[in-house]
Design a binder for this molecule. Structure first.
Ligand code: 5RP
Length: 266
């Protein structure tokens, strides 16, 4: 692997081989998502516990101080909205020159396998990988967002993840599911897990993150279940312990409760 590519991947994934990416990109098709109305304010307390931030160029420029940043994964696909005709009809939104100018450590793009725009999104991924490889910038492929999330099963997610890896993604972001080992075992590049919409309890998140890590995921790209929680610092510190310190879900819950009680008291 070229030095630049290896260096950027090392910025994103610390030496233990695990990572906690913090996605705050949701506005690119959802608008002002709950608790992300002011992304800078939401990010500030949790940033110290993230290994990288997944964000669009607009929010990066407007809401993240360049002298207090973590490695950036730039969201470079979009062009659709919640109220538009089809969320799957994304294009590449950001030129490679801009990605370099913004000193991004990686680029992220969604693919929509099984939709009318499957081919377009997969060819977008291929094009982006070609551009990224020229300059040593890794691509993280984002599988199955929006309506496609309804197909949250191992067969579908393994299919999406493998295709993303075959087309050259250096990291694949997918969802945890029952039988998650099938997804990881069929994917020759590192896999990170998203969280999806809020779960009923934070303990559910601890359980699936722990299970996914045991089954071979290298970490998470997990947003709403952290920053929409009433105690986001407690949530991220607990999830960080599972990812980086092999904490069990029960130990994570203890960390969560301790930090929450400290914050509630102070
Ligand atoms: C949608 C994304 C998010 O980065 C991804 O879904 C992770 O966030 P969450 O844990 O909130 O699902 O690609 O914009």
């Amino acid at each position: 692997m070229e030095w630049g590519m290896a260096n950027r991947l090392a910025q994103l994934i610390p030496s233990d081989g695990r990572c906690l990416f913090m996605p705050i990109d949701h506005g690119y098709f959802q608008g002002p998502t709950r608790k992300l109305e002011k992304p800078g304010r939401t990010l500030e307390p949790i940033l110290p516990y993230a290994d990288a931030v997944f964000v669009t160029r607009g929010v990066l420029r407007s809401s993240i101080a360049p002298d207090n940043a973590k490695p950036i994964i730039l969201r470079v696909s979009g062009g659709t909205s919640m109220v538009g005709a089809d969320l799957a009809n994304e294009g590449i939104t950001t030129d490679i020159d801009e990605v370099i100018r913004l000193n991004a450590s990686a680029m992220g793009l969604s693919i929509f396998v099984g939709t009318d725009y499957e081919k377009d999104s997969l060819l977008n991924l291929s094009k982006l990988v070609d551009e990224g490889e020229k300059y040593g910038i890794p691509v993280m492929a984002v599988t199955a967002v929006g309506k496609e999330l309804e197909k949250r099963d191992a067969r579908y997610l393994a299919l999406c993840s493998r295709i993303a890896a075959e087309l050259g993604a250096r990291i694949v972001k997918t969802y945890w599911c029952e039988g998650f080992e099938k997804v990881v075992n069929g994917c020759p590049v590192p896999v990170v897990m998203a969280g999806g919409p809020r779960t009923e309890t934070i303990f559910e998140v601890f359980k699936f993150v722990h299970d996914g890590i045991q089954k071979g995921a290298i970490g998470v790209n997990l947003g709403r279940n952290i920053w929409q929680d009433d105690y986001p610092v407690a949530a991220i510190r607990a999830i960080r312990a599972i990812v980086h310190d092999n904490a069990t879900p029960e130990q994570a819950q203890e960390i969560y409760d301790t930090v929450k009680n400290e914050q509630a008291a102070g």
